[in-house]
Design a protein. Structure first.
Length: 302
């Protein structure tokens, strides 16, 4: 839908801006044999991996897919397992597509920029093609090549060779970046085409279904908020003797020290029986205890 496209565009723009700032303030090639490759690949891959994990974590479908599924799978019959696995694979594919927006953008932008790739691959460039001394040993050649990303470390006689090597590496990096973008665009387009071809719904019916799912989720969230508030209000009223927002409060309940201790502290979601849970310590207290104790009359007028 439009919301997904806009969200993906915003993620891509933020990723591009973050990459530019990240590159400007933190990237500084060590220009040393053996360190350039690790440093360059770390700046290429580690942020992309972090963005991928964040993309999974921020998607509600991820948590809908994994939350409580261990106990659920124990009850699934063998005949439904195949259908369940297909559905899980489809949802994982959708989640992964959303999660890949930021890391793919990061990789594409960094490759088009070329700085990380130049740093990582400088010592492996074919220097002999650029007028360098063929009598230099391989180790010395790699040491010289490793200094090419740092212009101040390159001897004057190798300035031209350095410029040509940097141009070659930038060319390779930018071609790889554009190829990555092309592969992603083609893959996304073909995926949407295949999904549309195999859809059991017509175009207008699919739009109606999408609208229905969106509206149902909004209404469900509103009902969840109202229902949980009303349910919690019953427990709060039992503990304090009145509900928040009540008018003409005539008396309030004074909880005892034991009751304060009963609802304080930490607690996990507690299973009461096959169908019900205790959501909190206050919930547990309200279901088990009688609201006896001391009540105090109040005067609404100060």
């Amino acid at each position: 839908g439009k919301e997904v496209v806009i969200a993906n565009a915003i993620i891509a723009i933020l990723t591009i801006g973050g990459q530019q700032l990240f590159s400007f303030f933190t990237f500084s090639c060590p220009c040393h044999v053996g360190q350039n490759l690790i440093y360059g690949l770390a700046f290429l891959g580690v942020p992309a991996l972090i963005l991928l994990i964040v993309g999974y974590a921020l998607n509600n479908q991820t948590w809908r897919l994994v939350t409580g599924k261990r106990s659920h799978f124990e009850k699934v019959t063998t005949s439904n397992q195949l259908l369940k696995c297909k559905l899980i694979c489809f949802v994982l594919y959708s989640i992964t597509g959303r999660a890949l927006v930021a890391p793919v953008t990061w990789l594409a932008v960094t490759l088009i920029n070329g700085s990380y790739y130049v740093c990582a691959m400088s010592e492996y460039a074919p220097m002999y093609y650029y007028g360098a001394n063929p009598n230099v040993t391989a180790s010395e050649c790699r040491r010289i090549l490793a200094t090419f990303p740092c212009s101040q470390l390159v001897p004057p006689e190798l300035t031209r060779a350095r410029d040509e090597v940097i141009l070659l590496l930038r060319y390779q990096s930018q071609v790889a970046g554009w190829l990555l973008i092309a592969v992603v665009v083609i893959t996304v387009f073909l995926s949407y085409c295949l999904a549309s071809c195999f859809s059991p719904l017509s175009f207008l019916h699919f739009r109606y279904w999408s609208s229905y799912v969106h509206n149902e989720q909004e209404l469900f969230d509103e009902a969840t908020e109202q229902h949980s508030r009303l349910y919690a209000m019953q427990h709060v009223r039992k503990f304090f003797g009145f509900a928040p927002g009540s008018e003409n409060v005539k008396e309030i309940r004074i909880p005892s020290l034991k009751e304060w201790q009963a609802i304080s502290g930490l607690a996990f979601l507690k299973r009461v029986d096959e169908e019900h849970y205790d959501y909190s310590l206050l919930h547990d207290w309200a279901l088990k205890e009688h609201a006896n104790g001391k009540y105090l009359n109040t005067d609404e007028d100060p």
